[in-house]
Write a protein that binds this ligand. Structure first.
Ligand code: 5GP
Length: 118
């Protein structure tokens, strides 16, 4: 179940890393969808939000404390930002190593764009 993110954790492929500790790694998204777009990932491999267990609670809690620190360090904390975790096809998940998106740097508008088919 290894993904490209496993290789980034192992430093086998490059990434613009902005934060790292014993449990999580954060790096800039390769295709940013906002002026600031950072991914925070647990170092342990968890494929999707469906696969989370109680054993993951420390690492997943750390995603939030890391995100708060990164937001402060990047200067977007006061204005605000959006945290997103996509799951499987309907969630639009493309990389099957659970990750949190930090999006900010501008007003992001409504959470979802309403489509005619909704
Ligand atoms: P998902 O759709 O799975 O929630 O988001 C996956 C994200 O990973 C996308 O925003 C995509 O641009 C990003 N991504 C995919 N491959 C790489 C990569 O090799 N390096 C970096 N930095 N980001 C990647």
């Amino acid at each position: 179940m290894s993904t490209i993110f496993t290789k980034i954790i192992a430093k086998e492929i490059p990434a613009d890393i902005v934060y790292e500790d014993d449990l999580v790694l954060a790096f800039r998204d390769i295709a940013p969808q906002a002026p600031l777009h950072i991914l925070v990932i647990p170092k342990q491999e968890i494929a999707t939000a469906n696969d989370v267990t109680a054993d993951d609670e420390l690492a997943l809690g750390r995603l939030f404390t890391a995100a708060a620190k990164i937001a402060a360090d990047q200067g977007i904390a006061e204005n605000g930002y959006r945290l997103i975790v996509n799951c499987n096809a309907h969630g639009g998940q493309e990389v099957f190593h659970l990750h949190m998106h930090i999006l900010g740097g501008r007003s992001l508008g409504p959470m979802l764009t309403k489509r005619e088919t909704d």
